[in-house]
Design a protein around this ligand. Sequence first.
Ligand SMILES: [Zn+2]
Length: 198
Amino acid sequence: MCKKIDFLFLFLTIALGNLLVLNSAFGEENHHSSHAHIHGEADANIAMIGSSLEIEFISPAHNLIGFEYEARTSAEIAKVKQTESVLGDPAKILQLTGGECDFVDIAIESGFSLKDEDNHDDHNHSHAHHGLEENKTDTHSNFKVKYHTSCDSGLFPNSIEFLLFKHFKNLSRVNVKWISENKQGSKRLTANNSVVGF
Ligand SMILES: [Zn+2]
């Protein structure tokens, strides 16, 4: 009897663990805490399941456009547009080695008036004013890009190089988490070490 219960408990623990891993791999909206908003750093989640390879990239806007307030001047608006066009061109962002994958959909989201209520303490950029009142009105924003690819006969790449560092000098680190049907891993990428293998 006791053994049966232990087995059930173990099974539930494993099932729950897998569920949590999948959720964080897909980085759904309700998982704000899975990535901190730290200037200089970004997150990437890679999921290889069935015949689809999804790559999600989440970065503070600071890393990509140099500011996080709503773009108003023509120079700021041009910067946002130019950045979106780079992010929207997978050949400039990701180099897949091996596999037979085609990019079928790319979605770019940026929120310029989103308040960052979580993880404020982790934040390492300097603010002009540092009173508690000012902090309440601080705004931060992220870019989130989802690259969806379809891979013939589920043949996935052996590695992916992140070319982002070449375009975005404010970006110094990308924390990658990846999951496939039978493996998972993580890696911290930098400009000199920008390839994740599976
Ligand atoms: Zn910020």
